[in-house]
Design a protein around this ligand. Structure first.
Ligand code: ADP
Ligand code: MG
Length: 692
C-alpha cells in the first residue's frame, strides 16, 4: 500500500495545468506517467547573462547578445512576422516576431537602440535568426536576465520552456517527506532535506548547483542508491529466512574432481569452498559465480551438483539458449554419469515419448541433474526433490523465469553464473542481493589471443588474410556492431558484409542476427560449431559462452563503439583450443585518445576484471563498460560509473544495517524508509535486477 503522503506525487501528469490530450503523451514519453516523474526530470545548465558575439553563435544554441537595432521590416500581411535586423561589431542577425503587436515592438525597441537579447539562434535560408527572443532589454537592466537558467529535456512538440513550467508546478506539489536518512550521516554529508534538495535541483542559483558533487545532488543520488540497496538487502534477508537442506561436501564430488584431466585453479577451489560453506549452512544460498568465459565456472557448479546428488537432492542447470544448454550437458554429463549421477538434457526440442520419459526421470528422482533451457520451468516439469538451481548468464533471464524454476522445490539454493566482469566498486549495484565469488584466474595452458587494432581502411587486407586462414581450415567470427538507431539498417549492414565475404571467401559464410527466431539462430550456430560454416557473420548476438574450439579468429568491426566488457567477452570466444588465436579490432578512424587507450588495454591483458577496472578509471562516466546490456540498473540521479561511485558502498552498508536492526521497517526511520522505497519504485524496479 502506498503511503498517503505520496498521493500527490503519484497523481497522473494529466493533473498538471496545461497537460491535455496533446501534451500528455509527449510528457509521458519524456518523463513518465506521474507527477513524481516530472519532479525527477533533471535540468542541465544554461549560462544566460554573459553575452557572446554574433560571429561566435552556433545554430541551435541559446545565447545572449548585446546588439544595436538597425531596421524594422513589418510583415506585409497579418500572417507575416515583423522582422528586425540587429547587429554587433561582428555581424548581424534577424529577429522574428509573429503576431499582431508589431507597433508596440517597434515603439519599445526603436532603431538605434542598444539591447541585450537572449534566445535560440537558428540558421535559416535567409541568414541567422532568432524567433521571439526570451529576453530583450536595455543594457542597464541586464540583471533581469538570470545568470543561469535550468534547461529541461525537450521533445518534438514540447519545448524545454514548457517542460520547465510543468517541472516547477510538479515541484510545487511535492510535499516534504519524513526524513529517512540517518541523522549523523546527514550532518556529516551536509545533505539538505529531500524537499530542499529537489528545490535546488530546479531552482539553480550558481553553476555549482549543477554539479553532481553538490550536496543536494548527492543527496538525491544517495536516496536512490539507498532505496535500491535496501530492496536488495531485504530480498537477500527474505531468502535467508527459509531454512534449507544442509548439503555437505561429498565423496562423489571428490572422486569426480580427482578423475578430471586437470586440477582446479586456486580461484576455482576458493569458489567451490565458498559455495560449499553456503550449502552446508542450513540457510538458502544466493551466490553468484563471476568469471570470464572459460574460467571454469561450470565445473565448479558441477561439483556442487554432485554434492546435492549425494545428499539425495536434485539440481537444475538452466542456460539461455539451447546450444549453450547442450554444451553444458556435454561438459558435465560424462563426469557425473561416470560416478552414478544421472543427468538429462531438457530443451524445447524434446517432444512426445522422449520428453515424457525425461519428465518421468525428474519426477521419480531417477535423474539427479537436469540441464536445459526455458523448457525446465514449464508447468508440467516436476522434480522429486529440487535443491539447487544453477542459472547461467543469469541476466538473460527475467526474474519470474528464475523464480519459476526455484518454486519447483522448497527453499531452493541459487547459484548464478555470469561472464560479465564487473568492477568491485560496482558489484553491489548489480548484485547487492547476492554473495559473489570471483574466478579471477584462468586454467593454465591457454594461449593468449593475439590482439591488434587496425583502421577500417585496411579491411581488404584483413579479408585476404582471413581467406588464407579459412583455406587452411580455420574458423572465424565476424562481428558487425549495432550502431544505428534502426535495427533494420544494422541488419542490412551485416547482410552486406556477409555477401562481401561470400564473394571473397566462398559459400561457407553464415549470418546470424537478433531478428532471427531462436531455433533458426541455434541452427546456424550448430552449423558453425560443427564446422560446416567457416565464417560466422553476426550482430552482437553471438551467444556468450558458446564453445567452438576450432574458431581461432575474431574480427570486430567498429570496435570503438563497443563497451570494453563486451569486446572482452567477444574476444573470449576464440582462443579456447590449443591453436594460436587472433582478434582484429577494426575501427573507424580517427580514434580519440581515450578510444585508443581503451583498445590498448585489450591488447595488453586478457584479465576481464582488470579490463573492467581500467575502463572504469579511464572513462569514469557514461556506459563505458557496456553494462546496460548486462542488466545494469538504470538510475535517475546516481551516476555510479562517475561521481557517485563512493556512495555505493555507504548505501550498501546502510541498507544492511537497517535490515539487521529493523527488518520489518517498523521504527520511525523504518517507516520513512518505506516511503523512500515507494518513491523510487524499487520494489517494482527490482524485477530486472533480482536473481530470484
Ligand atoms: P566457464 O563455465 O567458466 O565458461 P567451464 O567450466 O565450461 O568454464 O570450463 C571451460 C573449459 O575449461 C572446459 O572444457 C573445462 O573442462 C576446462 N577447464 C575447467 N577448469 C579447468 C582447469 N582448472 N584446468 C584446465 N581446464 C579446465
Ligand atoms: Mg560458461
Amino acid at each position: 500500500m502506498r503511503p498517503e503522503i505520496l498521493f500527490p506525487l503519484f497523481a497522473p501528469v494529466t493533473s498538471l495545468k496545461g497537460v491535455g490530450p496533446r501534451v500528455a503523451p509527449l510528457l509521458q514519453r519524456l518523463a513518465g506517467s506521474v507527477i513524481r516523474d516530472v519532479v525527477f526530470l533533471k535540468p542541465h545548465s544554461l549560462v544566460r547573462r554573459i553575452p557572446t558575439q554574433i560571429s561566435a553563435a552556433i545554430d541551435g544554441q541559446v545565447i545572449t547578445l548585446e546588439v544595436i537595432i538597425d531596421s524594422h521590416q513589418p510583415g506585409r500581411s497579418r500572417a507575416q512576422p515583423l522582422r528586425m535586423k540587429v547587429s554587433d561589431a561582428t555581424g548581424f542577425i534577424t529577429l522574428v516576431f509573429f503576431g499582431r503587436f508589431g507597433d508596440q515592438i517597434e515603439q519599445r525597441h526603436p532603431v538605434g537602440a542598444r539591447r541585450i537579447i537572449s534566445g535560440k539562434i537558428e540558421d535559416e535560408k535567409y541568414g541567422r535568426q532568432m524567433v521571439h527572443p526570451d529576453y530583450m532589454i536595455a543594457p542597464d537592466k541586464r540583471d533581469q536576465i538570470p545568470e543561469l537558467e535550468a534547461v529541461y529535456p525537450a521533445t518534438e512538440g514540447l519545448p524545454a520552456r514548457r517542460v520547465r513550467t510543468f517541472a516547477l508546478e510538479a515541484l510545487a506539489r511535492a510535499p516534504e517527506l519524513p526524513e529517512w536518512q540517518d541523522a549523523a550521516w546527514l550532518a556529516r554529508e551536509r545533505f539538505p532535506t529531500w524537499r530542499e534538495a529537489l528545490e535546488r535541483l530546479h531552482h539553480i542559483e550558481t553553476e555549482g548547483d549543477l554539479s553532481p558533487l553538490s550536496p543536494h545532488y548527492r543527496r538525491l543520488a544517495y536516496d536512490e542508491l539507498l532505496a535500491q540497496q535496501l530492496a536488495m538487502a531485504q530480498r537477500k534477508a527474505e531468502r535467508r529466512k527459509d531454512p534449507s537442506a544442509r548439503i555437505m561436501a561429498s565423496a562423489i564430488a571428490a572422486r569426480i574432481q580427482a578423475d578430471l584431466p586437470f586440477t582446479f585453479t586456486g580461484a576455482q577451489s576458493r569458489a567451490l569452498a565458498e559455495v560449499r560453506s553456503d550449502l552446508s549452512a542450513g540457510e538458502r544460498m544466493s551466490r553468484l559465480l563471476q568469471g570470464d568465459v572459460g574460467s571454469g565456472k561450470t565445473v565448479v557448479a558441477m561439483c556442487a551438483m554432485a554434492d546435492v546428488a549425494a545428499s539425495g537432492g536434485q539440481s537444475a542447470l538452466m542456460a539461455p539458449t539451447e546450444i549453450l544448454a547442450r554444451q553444458h550437458f556435454e561438459t558435465i554429463s560424462g563426469p557425473l554419469n561416470d560416478h552414478g549421477v544421472a543427468v538429462i538434457l531438457l530443451t524445447g526440442r524434446d517432444r512426445g515419448a522422449a520428453r515424457a520419459e525425461k519428465l518421468q526421470a525428474l519426477a521419480s528422482g531417477a535423474a539427479k541433474v537436469a540441464v536445459g533451457t526455458h523448457a525446465l520451468f514449464q508447468d508440467d516439469v516436476a522434480f522429486q526433490q529440487l535443491r539447487l538451481a544453477v542459472v547461467d548468464e543469469q541476466h538473460r533471464f527475467g526474474v519470474s523465469e528464475r523464480q519459476r524454476l526455484q518454486t519447483k522445490g522448497n527453499a531452493v539454493h541459487l547459484l548464478a553464473m555470469s561472464a560479465t566482469p564487473i568492477p568491485r566498486t560496482l558489484e553491489l549495484t548489480m548484485y547487492g542481493d547476492l554473495d559473489v565469488s570471483r574466478i579471477d584466474e584462468k586454467p593454465p595452458g591457454r594461449t593468449p589471443v593475439a590482439t591488434r587494432a587496425a583502421p577500417l581502411t585496411r579491411i581488404a587486407e584483413v579479408e585476404s588474410r582471413l581467406r588464407d586462414a579459412v583455406a587452411g581450415g580455420a574458423q572465424a567470427f565476424w562481428i558487425c556492431p549495432l550502431v544505428s538507431e534502426s535495427e533494420l539498417i544494422d541488419l542490412k549492414a551485416a547482410e552486406t558484409r556477409a555477401e562481401d565475404l561470400k564473394q571473397s571467401i566462398g559459400p561457407s559464410v553464415g549470418l546470424i542476427h537478433g531478428k532471427m527466431a531462436p531455433a533458426a539462430k541455434d541452427a546456424v550456430m550448430s552449423e558453425f560449431a560443427d564446422g560446416k560454416l567457416s565464417v560466422l557473420v553476426a550482430t552482437t548476438v553471438v551467444e556468450v559462452g558458446v564453445n567452438v574450439p576450432n574458431a581461432t579468429i575474431m574480427v570486430i568491426e567498429q570496435a570503438e563503439r563497443f563497451g570494453l566488457a563486451q569486446l572482452h567477452q567477444l574476444r573470449g570466444r576464440v582462443g579456447r583450443g590449443r591453436q594460436e588465436s587472433a582478434c582484429v579490432l577494426l575501427y573507424d578512424p580517427p580514434l580519440s585518445q581515450t578510444a585508443q587507450k581503451r583498445l590498448d588495454i585489450l591488447r595488453r591483458t586478457d584479465d576481464g576484471f582488470l579490463i573492467a577496472e581500467t575502463d572504469l578509471e579511464l572513462r569514469g562516466g557514461g556506459d563505458a563498460l557496456g553494462l546496460k546490456q548486462s542488466g545494469f540498473p538504470d538510475y535517475i540521479f546516481a551516476d555510479v560509473l562517475g561521481p557517485h561511485r563512493d556512495l555505493i558502498a555507504a548505501a550498501g552498508d546502510d541498507a544492511r544495517l537497517i535490515v539487521n536492526r529493523d527488518p520489518e521497517l517498523k521504527s520511525e526511520r523504518g517507516k520513512a524508509l518505506r516511503v523512500l522505497q515507494e518513491l523510487f519504485d524499487w520494489k517494482a524496479g527490482l524485477g530486472l535486477r533480482d536473481a530470484g
